[in-house]
Design a protein around this ligand. Structure first.
Ligand SMILES: [Zn+2]
Length: 234
């Protein structure tokens, strides 16, 4: 085997080790973001329902106040009936009382409807708040677990990366760059075996000429189909 290929193959083992150590950790930020979006959505929903409840409650109180104002006015008008001086004034006051009462009854109906809505909305607001609180607990648990995972892997990852650093000695920079590019784009398999003239990375047949060069061991041979760096599996 060509000495550079031999070194790259060793390097690839360490890189695969690092990849498996970091795989789930690398997925954590995206997962965290996804969960955070859901949490924010639930918070927004809880706040909206709370605001809606507060508004309905205020509206109901305002209507209730208006009803009590009308009651006071009706009382005042009834007292005036005792002091009016003629029949026309008496009739006019009765008419006025009737108008206020009609208005008062409509307002009260509206107020009662709102009070019913307040009850329903109070339940919805409480449910939305509970949903948010529960999701918050789950999210905090996820963050703690993620941190624990990161901390438990940190030592192994650091050690493997340090080992890797030492292993790149003696590999020409351009070959190393080529290997690293392939490692990323070829599904963590940049250096692969040839078995019975077939590249074990892409399963295409390699040429007789490449087989001869491979067995000669004096050149770095690439697969003509997938460009992976090859070694003979003997
Ligand atoms: Zn190939």
């Amino acid at each position: 085997m060509h000495p550079h290929v031999k070194k790259l193959l060793e390097l690839q083992k360490v890189d695969q080790e690092v990849s498996s150590l970091t795989k789930d950790i690398d997925a954590l930020p995206a997962e965290e973001q996804k969960r955070k979006r859901r949490l924010d959505e639930l918070e927004r929903n809880a706040n909206e329902r709370k605001a809606r409840l507060q508004k309905t409650d205020l509206d109901a109180r305002a209507l209730d106040k208006a009803v009590r104002g009308s009651d006071d006015e009706i009382k005042r008008l009834n007292e005036r009936l005792n002091t009016v001086r003629n029949n026309a004034e008496y009739q006019a006051t009765l008419f006025q009382i009737e108008a206020v009462r009609k208005d008062r009854d409509l307002t009260q109906d509206e107020c009662l409807k709102l009070l019913e809505s307040v009850e329903a909305q109070r339940g919805e607001a409480a449910a939305a708040q509970t949903a948010h609180d529960e999701e918050r607990k789950i999210f905090d648990g996820f963050l703690a677990e993620a941190e624990k995972l990161r901390a438990s892997r940190a030592g192994d990852i650091k050690a493997a990366r340090e080992r890797r650093q030492a292993m790149t000695d003696g590999i020409p920079a351009d070959v190393l760059r080529e290997y690293e590019g392939l490692y990323k784009t070829r599904d963590r398999l940049a250096v692969c075996a040839v078995q019975d003239s077939y590249c074990q990375g892409c399963y295409n047949k390699i040429t007789m000429n490449d087989t001869a060069r491979l067995l000669g061991g004096s050149a770095v041979v690439r697969c003509g189909s997938c460009q992976r760096i090859l070694y003979a599996n003997r």
